[in-house]
Design a protein around this ligand. Sequence first.
Ligand SMILES: C=CC1=C(C)c2cc3[nH]c(cc4nc(cc5[nH]c(cc1n2)c(C)c5CCC(=O)O)C(CCC(=O)O)=C4C)c(C)c3C=C
Ligand code: FE2
Length: 463
Amino acid sequence: MEATALSSGLRPLPNPNGYRFPRSCSQRKSLSLPRCHSKETPFKPKGSLAITRGLSFKTNVFEQAHPVAGDLSYDDDTRSNVAEDKIGVLLLNLGGPETLNDVQPFLYNLFADPDIIRLPRPFQFLQGAIAKFISVVRAPKSKEGYAAIGGGSPLRKITDEQADAIRLALQAKNVSADVYVGMRYWFPFTEEAVQQIKKDKITRLVVLPLYPQYSISTTGSSVRVLQDLFRKDPYLARVPVAIIQSWYQRGYVNSMADLIEKELQTFSDPKEVMVFFSAHGVPVSYVENSGDPYQKQMEECIDLIMEELKSRGVQNNHILAYQSRVGPVQWLKPYTDEVLVDLGKKGVKSLLAVPVSFVSEHIETLEEIDMEYRELALESGIENWGRVPALGLTPSFITDLADAVIESLPSAEAMVNPSAGVSEDSESSDAFGYIMKMFFGSILAFLLLLSPKMFHAFRNHLI
Ligand SMILES: C=CC1=C(C)c2cc3[nH]c(cc4nc(cc5[nH]c(cc1n2)c(C)c5CCC(=O)O)C(CCC(=O)O)=C4C)c(C)c3C=C
Ligand SMILES: [Fe+2]
């Protein structure tokens, strides 16, 4: 597990093996935090810089449907005499539309994320307009998908259940913690969770993204938002925070091996089954130009799961492919749909699909794998199809996440770099930039949406 303190961006910190948090509350290290007299300013949409892994990201100003962090105040005295840690765990996740009406605004939030659509600097002012355009064009296809799985994403419900399960697992290990859920693109937004963390006067926070492997587009994006929120707030800037960057290399391996081993037994001839790992893809440029470790971690993760299975005497063939590509750029290969056709041609008859980049059921397991890929596989000559369920509330998995939280607690560090604040100069240039973006972005969105030729050209690439 790689855990880092928020203040240090993605710098790995020592992770002492076998650490056990003190059992009784009174044994816990008491924190004496400096007094803070400044009142917060309310959140307003403006660009601010966050530095992660040496990359700088500009927050976009067009995000819609985001709640604002209210003008919270707090009692100074409660911070200076904290007798014991009040531990918080923040689960970060993607979020998903709960109804079909949510689909387009959800897609807007997703495509307005500069970590999802990465525009060259001179074109970044178009992010909002492009997001609006793509979300409108893609919404009908996405709606079909969500309609097929019951009219909305199950992600919020499952993540809330995971939060509760992790809280109970921590409690069973004598660590009392409040567990929060912060979604990147839909409710409950990360901003809401952070507001609650502040209201609850949490004094030590562990951030646990629910993505086993790190990608700039997932964990990276969520952490960037968090860093922006923490930097702006004098209270939060001082709370010690540990971020668990990835955790595919720990208990996840055994839990996945358990699920695969169990599911193989549902086939009439388990030894003949091809284990088909299907990971969510990312554009190749993330890995090749921006140093996204996602592909490397994914391959390492599959090796670890297969090694574990081998140690249990399970010797099946396996393959890794990438699903869910969007847009006209190159994504990580091989592509799941192409590999399925190829395997059918090669005479593979039994296949067990294993979703490996996400730990809840969601549209890409329930619709893309269970419906689209299953159908394609059967058409391609594969006769026996199975799918491993997402880990969800699997007890060994939840226990391991609770252990990861406990192990990361000592590495939490306050975010204390006041010089990283937004200067007045940058605020005024941000205001100017904001007006310019709104102006040109609105014109572009208007032109794109009114042009049927453009609409169809984009639509053909996007859906
Ligand atoms: C590890 C997981 C994920 C990575 C990496 C990832 C990158 C990524 N995704 C898109 C575009 C879309 N993703 C969508 C839904 C979606 N994505 C993930 C996970 C990862 N995405 C999940 C779990 C979900 C489902 C949420 C739910 O509602 O259940 C969607 C919307 C659905 C659709 O229209 O297909 C889009 C679009 C990009 C462009 C990207 C990397 C750049
Ligand atoms: Fe995605």
